[in-house]
Design a protein. Structure first.
Length: 107
């Protein structure tokens, strides 16, 4: 997506913290990576990345940006998200923690 066409004030940035049970780390990583391609292809997706914490490898972060609140709403109802989350939840040590923000610094 052309980010130049998206007003900075409308864009939303999300960090989702995912804490795997140690025995399920590899499966959690596999499932999280299944989100990337389909999410990046969705209308309104600015970026979508999965990161793993270096010093606590059971902790992952989904870091994604969306053109608007509407794009986020559509993403959360995407069939791939539901499929992955249904498989993911039983493998987690804690519930998913989602933080949404708006950039306030200049691009």
């Amino acid at each position: 997506m052309d980010t130049a066409a998206t007003p900075t004030s409308a864009a939303r940035h999300i960090i989702c913290t995912v804490q795997a049970k140690p025995a399920h780390r590899a499966k959690v990583q596999e499932l999280l990576l299944e989100l990337v391609g389909p999410a990046r292809a969705e209308p309104g997706c600015l970026y979508y990345d999965v990161n793993q914490q270096t010093d606590e490898p059971d902790t992952f972060y989904i870091v994604d940006g969306w053109a608007s609140d509407e794009a986020i709403a559509e993403h959360t109802t995407h069939p791939n998200v539901a499929r992955v989350v249904d498989q993911l939840v039983p493998l987690l040590a804690t519930p998913l923690h989602v933080t949404t923000s708006t950039r306030i610094s200049a691009a």
